[in-house]
Design a protein around this ligand. Structure first.
Ligand code: GDP
Length: 585
């Protein structure tokens, strides 16, 4: 039975030696073998520890230790006695291809109001539906990273996570990631056991897997609701929404409406003819046309208030996603917004935020540089990609082609994808995760280009799929560690040693095989053993310097050595060259 070692993100060399029950000196030697020079107190990251365990053949299983302290408690908004019930805000999460998009589509189709608006092909980051005459807000965040990014901002705008798991595929890495997110955030989960229409759907296996991962469903005596659904046929979708509302009732979600409106920016982009446009979620208060809204360093007078299906609104209360245009510049994803009484106050608040930001930007820069360097060394062979395409069909084919490129050495991670132009969210996500943005048949609006240029984010636009794929392949090749090719050119027998210092030896000998070249490397053999590896820095044929000396000739050679070497008559020198070969996939 393998022992289990749990570490958080790091462990010191000393502590690891203790865990592995080996002397620390041995661990340090083992580390050196994999190219890591570390002292006792140095911290090793998870991946390095994993490699060392594999290298040393220890029967140990390494696990991530969950952080003991929940980083940020779910920020329950305080509200007064007069607060009213508000709709629940739901995020749908789960492993890629398990049916998140299809389920959201199916929910939207089942809703008459949204259905009438009809033919929605554009990705909408948030919208409301009506079920049993009650509103439910759905967030369609572009992947887990966006959810995490929102959390980073201290924002806890999700009340409930619907975890989509395909019943024919079971729990996968991103399912587990979603469970971790929800647990950390203290958000309730409802499991949608999707694709039940498929013949190989296995609900029992899925329930078992859930229970193995500490998600105990009601049927098995736990408190997690799990509903069998098919996003394809619509089966179970009504029941799922019933359960969503029931859970929301238990949570008793409320918010004040008689306060200045406040909320969060969940998307922003430029629109031709409208300028900067933001999608925001109202968290408390009521937003009305004519209000002045401040977010970070920018502000707007809300001229038209619209829902995300472009219906005009007279008022938007808590949990309502709204479209706000009229901002002076693009507000940032994840920033809060507040309302103030006058335009002057709005301008002043935005200006003050700008001054504050410029004061802290130098500091922030160095911090994030460090993080990016750390990430780079840890995720050396992972290529993060964001894909945007014009239509769902082409998006799916690009993503499917990318998936087939994964190799053992370089993994492709599509951390965000969507339909439509490259927007501020994509730029933000690319920066925080060092991703390349690929656009297929879409454009890069000038305002976003300014952001990506500033952030040095790489954006590649293509109209032909295989060209896009070739580009990704090239990027993957660049991540492969180059190969070092060694070629033996010749051998020499030492006949005399003329001079020996700590770092240099001058000797003479006869080439017994092949040719000696310079500059080159050499192994020194005594009998059958290699006693040193050195560099050959110069060759002399008689008094003359030579570039090469061939078999049968005698020559003098200068050898550079890192450790003192006691070269003797009769030792053999095997000379080789080293070539660095860039690898391609
Ligand atoms: P996402 O990556 O989680 O958003 O997954 P998608 O919604 O794009 O679905 C991935 C694939 O599974 C698509 O080909 C869908 O048509 C298919 N799919 C999704 N839900 C169902 C379902 O309930 N039944 C069946 N048979 N296929 C489904």
């Amino acid at each position: 039975m393998a022992r289990t070692i749990e570490i958080q993100d790091h462990i010191t060399v000393g502590d690891l030696a203790e865990e592995l029950m080996i002397p620390v000196t041995q661990l340090m030697t083992d580390l050196m073998k994999i190219g890591v020079m570390a002292t006792v107190n140095e911290r090793l990251d998870f991946d390095t520890v994993q490699i060392i365990i594999e290298e040393t053949g220890q029967d140990v299983e390494l696990k991530h230790k969950e952080k003991e302290v929940v980083t940020k408690e779910r920020k329950k908004r305080s509200y007064s006695d007069t607060a009213t019930t508000r709709p629940p805000v739901i995020a749908v999460m789960g492993h890629v291809d398990h049916g998140k998009t299809s389920l959201l589509d199916s929910i939207r189709k089942a809703d008459v109001a949204a259905g009438e608006a009809g033919g929605i092909t554009q990705h909408i980051s948030a919208y409301q539906i009506k079920h049993d005459d009650r509103l439910v807000t759905f967030l369609d965040t572009p992947g887990h990273e966006a959810f995490a990014a929102l959390r980073e901002h201290g924002a806890m705008l999700t009340d409930l996570v619907i975890l989509v798991v395909a019943a024919d595929d079971g729990i996968k890495p991103q399912t587990l990631e979603a469970i971790r997110f929800a647990n950390k955030a203290g958000v309730k989960l409802i499991v949608a056991m999707n694709k039940v229409d498929k013949p190989d759907a296995d609900l029992n296996r899925l329930k078992q897997q859930l229970s193995d991962n500490k998600i105990l469903i009601e049927e098995w005596g736990g408190d997690v609701v799990a509903v069998p659904v098919s996003a394809k046929t619509g089966e179970g979708v009504k029941e799922l929404l019933d359960m969503v509302l029931l859970t929301a009732d238990v949570e008793d979600l409320r918010a004040d409406i008689n306060t200045p409106a406040e909320g969060l920016i969940i998307e922003s982009h430029m629109e031709t003819g409208r300028g900067p446009v933001a999608i925001a979620l109202v968290e408390s208060g009521e937003l009305k046309p004519g209000d002045f809204v401040v977010s970070g360093t920018t502000y707007a007078r809300v001229r038209n208030l619209e829902d995300t299906l472009n219906n005009k609104l007279k008022v938007a209360g808590p949990s309502t996603p709204v479209v706000i245009s009229g901002f002076k510049s693009l507000p940032s994803f994840g920033d809060e917004f507040t309302t103030v009484k006058t335009e002057k106050l709005a301008r002043k608040a935005a200006e003050a935020a700008g001054i504050e930001k410029s004061k802290t930007s130098a500091r922030a820069g160095s911090g994030s540089d460090l993080i990016s360097i750390m990430n780079r060394s840890r995720d050396l062979q992972q290529l993060n990609i964001i894909v945007k395409a014009d239509v769902q069909g082409s998006l799916t084919s690009v993503i499917n082609s990318l998936k087939s490129l994964d190799t053992k050495e370089v993994a492709i991670r599509v951390i965000g994808s969507g339909i439509g132009s490259i927007n501020e969210n994509d730029a933000h996500l690319a920066l925080s995760s060092e991703a390349i943005i690929y656009g297929f048949n879409v454009d890069l609006p000038t305002s976003i280009r300014q952001t990506t240029n500033r952030d040095k984010t790489s954006v590649r636009l293509y109209k032909v799929i295989y060209e896009l794929i070739d580009d990704v392949k090239q990027e993957m090749s660049d991540l492969l560690a180059p190969e070092v090719k060694e070629t033996v050119t010749g051998k020499l027998k030492v006949l005399a040693v003329f001079k020996t210092t700590k770092t240099e030896i001058i000797c003479g000998g006869e080439v017994t095989k092949g040719k000696l070249v310079v500059p080159s490397f050499a192994k020194i053999y005594r009998d059958k053993d290699v006693i040193a590896e050195v560099e050959v820095t110069n060759l002399k044929r008689g008094p003359q310097d030579a570039k090469e000396v061939i078999e049968g000739e005698q020559c003098g050679l200068n050898i550079a050595t890192k450790s003192k070497l006691d070269l003797q008559e009769g030792d053999r020198v095997e000379v080789f060259t080293r070539e660095i070969i860039e690898r391609t996939l």
